[in-house]
Design a binder for this molecule. Structure first.
Ligand code: SF4
Ligand code: SF4
Ligand code: FES
Length: 332
């Protein structure tokens, strides 16, 4: 642990001055920076046992007040209200989701979404102390009073559960899948090759978990959410446009050539501040706009995507044929 922290510390400070390290993936540097900052906090934290927080006197009480948005849904015909719970956070895990699960033990009617508890399903997105986050990877704040709201500007189904239908329909509208025109559609028949450099263009894009933290903190999305696609869908649109294996770039860009779908983004960058995965949808949108307007062109793929082609016409057996042959051998 100590070696890892020292390594992070060294990389973070070196990166501030070294041009080679500066050119590393900004995500990697951000990771080192985050680790260094959390290490700093760990050392400073007066309640941390074994910490070197010299001079720290004030103990933070583990008893916290949780003010939670409660709404029974349209069927209940009630009005939304804030309910207060008192919880000793030393008796639950360190994350906000742990506290929420403890609160649900106290009041089983309290409703929220969660699934993976490790920041990869995107379902536990909430508004904590006025800032969107994923409850499972956010530490319980040190404040005495902690407020939990559902994601802003979304229709609330119940308590912290919001209606994601429109958000996901917008995501579907960008056709988030590979489209090939020169090869027939048949499952398992082709592998599409991609060079390392082409793959690295996805770094900072593929990590998106569709939690909607960015879209629901974007002022343009609040005002024009029906027609503006929002940062998450546009980040994915950019990811598919720049995919070296995709052959529908022209139609994808034409679909976005509209006053609202992409051009309502004014590069306010609230989305980048809100993203719990450290992504920058605003930057992806800026690059996408350049492609839409023709200022930039998508470069040709470094590898022929059919380099690994196998199956009918290529002289090599397809994946399905290989599996069938293996099964036949086993039967014999
Ligand atoms: S950069 Fe664009 S998408 Fe992101 S918050 Fe600002 S307006 Fe919204
Ligand atoms: S870009 Fe970030 S905030 Fe937006 S949906 Fe993806 S993971 Fe969530
Ligand atoms: S529970 Fe899956 S991201 Fe939080």
């Amino acid at each position: 642990m100590a070696t890892y922290l020292i390594y992070n510390f060294a990389v973070y400070f070196k990166s501030l001055h070294n041009p080679i390290l500066k050119s590393w993936s900004p995500k990697l540097l951000a990771h080192h920076e985050r680790t260094f900052i959390s290490w700093k906090n760990l050392v400073k934290c007066p309640t941390t046992k074994g910490g070197t927080g010299g001079g720290a006197k004030k103990q933070i009480s583990p008893r916290r007040l949780f003010k939670i948005y409660r709404y029974g849904g349209i069927a209940q015909k009630g009005v939304p209200k804030m309910q207060t719970f008192e919880l000793d956070v030393s008796k639950c895990g360190p994350m906000v989701l742990d506290a929420m699960i403890k609160l649900k033990d106290m009041d089983p009617t309290f409703t929220f979404r969660r699934s993976c508890r490790e920041g990869i399903c995107g379902s536990c997105a909430i508004c904590l102390q006025g800032k969107n986050c994923l409850a499972c990877i956010t530490a319980i704040p040190k404040a005495k009073t902690i407020t939990l709201h559902p994601l802003p500007h979304m229709y609330v189904l119940r308590d912290l559960v919001v209606d994601m239908t429109h958000f996901l329909n917008q995501y579907n509208s960008i056709r988030p899948y590979l489209i090939r025109k020169s090869t027939p559609r048949s499952m398992g028949q082709f592998q599409y090759a991609q060079s390392d450099a082409d793959w690295h263009k996805f770094v900072g894009l593929y990590e998106c978990v569709l939690c909607a933290c960015c879209a629901t903190s974007c002022p343009s999305y609040w005002w024009n959410g029906r027609r503006f696609l929002g940062p998450a869908s546009l980040l994915h649109a950019y990811r598919w446009v720049i995919d070296s294996r995709d052959e529908d770039t022209f139609n994808r860009l034409c679909d976005l050539r509209d006053d609202f779908k992409a051009f309502r983004c004014h590069t306010i960058l609230n989305c980048a501040l809100a993203c719990p995965k450290g992504l920058n949808p605003g930057l992806a949108i800026a690059r996408l706009k350049r492609l839409i307007t023709g200022l930039d062109k998508k470069p040709p793929p470094e590898f022929d995507p059919l380099k690994l082609r196998s199956g009918s016409g290529s002289g090599k057996p397809s994946l399905e044929e290989c599996i069938k042959a293996k099964l036949k051998k086993k039967k014999c």
